[in-house]
Design a protein around this ligand. Structure first.
Ligand SMILES: Nc1nc2c(ncn2[C@@H]2O[C@H](COP(=O)(O)OP(=O)(O)O)[C@@H](O)[C@H]2O)c(=O)[nH]1
Ligand SMILES: [Mg+2]
Length: 294
């Protein structure tokens, strides 16, 4: 008898900036979701699907767990909650150098009932091996039912131990998605995320957090895609910053975004960006829905 096909949901949770999106891309072997050194980059629950002749794993990346300050944050935490409800396996991520107490607050709030793999990430920031081992045993003592691994998602250290643990706990079942799907999200969605990623990279401090991106047109022509996007901000002053002197910044944003889009789509892109001011959009139910935050 051949082994039964396995399929299930593996959902990744943790504090903001723990490396959840970096890990998802690593496990998928594909640069699917956006990553930035700033907190709260990921606003949606995003599925990444890994298909193999013997299994299908539906990963989900989730926003970092935070105390909500805006309606936008509340929506982000609802995404985390929905990911909790359908998980077959949970992956929890925490910076290895952060206090264990901070992790306890997160793990208590999750109330997990499924097998859990705790990844203490960013071991590359600690030079001394015995320090790492000491921290790992502290967590193992505290969470005896869980698998605990110290890894570096960015440097790919010890990350080869993760898949065997997942496959060990993955339930038998049928595939949820056709095996050529890599996500539940459309190209349109990823293209809007790419602009957001470049905004995180290009602008300081507050700007990325006040910004949403709305794709207005996505036309596939034979030799190129024509993409038109609105960049939404909360204030006129933010619009000025986004545009830059004589439009220099928005021009750079367009160039950078187009580059990653062309790589992703494997096609030339003609990109047009428009900046629009929508006061308090982060607290406005209608705007949030329009921008895809359900
Ligand atoms: N030093 C170090 N940085 C990492 C590691 N993994 C991720 N990061 C960085 O941590 C930041 C947040 O990563 P991201 O995946 O966006 O975190 P998320 O908010 O949990 O999705 C990014 O700047 C990553 O490059 C790691 O193993 N070591
Ligand atoms: Mg993320």
């Amino acid at each position: 008898m051949p082994d039964q096909f396995k399929a299930g949901f593996v959902n990744i949770f943790g504090a903001p900036n723990a490396g959840k999106s970096t890990l998802l891309n690593l496990l998928l072997g594909e640069r699917l979701v956006i990553i930035s050194p700033k907190v709260q980059t990921t606003r949606h629950r995003i599925l990444g699907i890994l298909s193999d002749p013997g299994y299908q794993i539906v990963f989900s990346d989730t926003p970092g767990i935070i105390e909500p300050k805006y309606k936008l944050h509340q929506k982000m935490m609802l995404q985390v909650k929905s990911a909790l409800e359908d998980a077959d396996i949970a992956i929890l991520m925490h910076d290895i150098y952060q206090p264990i107490e901070e992790f306890e607050a997160i793990s208590n709030s999750l109330k997990l009932k499924v097998p859990a793999i705790l990844l203490l990430n960013k071991t590359d920031t600690i030079k001394d091996k015995s320090t790492i081992e000491g921290i790992v045993s502290k967590y193992k003592e505290k969470y005896p039912a869980w698998h605990v691994l110290a890894i570096s998602a960015r440097k790919e250290t010890n990350t080869d131990k993760i898949m065997p643990l997942i496959l060990k706990h993955l339930p038998e079942g049928f595939a949820f998605y056709p095996d050529d799907n890599i996500s539940d999200r459309s190209e349109r969605f990823f293209v809007s995320e790419m602009i957001r990623e470049q905004i995180f990279a290009l602008y300081d401090e507050e700007i990325p957090y006040h910004t949403a991106v709305l794709i207005q047109a996505f036309e596939e022509k034979t030799t190129l895609n024509v993409i038109k996007a609105d960049i939404i901000v909360s204030r006129e002053t933010q619009k000025m910053i986004l545009l830059g002197k004589g439009g220099s910044m928005i021009k750079q944003l367009g160039i950078n975004s187009r580059k990653v889009m062309e790589e992703f789509l494997g096609k030339k892109v003609h990109l047009e960006l428009f900046v629009k001011v929508r006061p308090k959009w982060r607290d406005n139910e209608n705007y949030l829905r329009e921008y895809g935050y359900n």
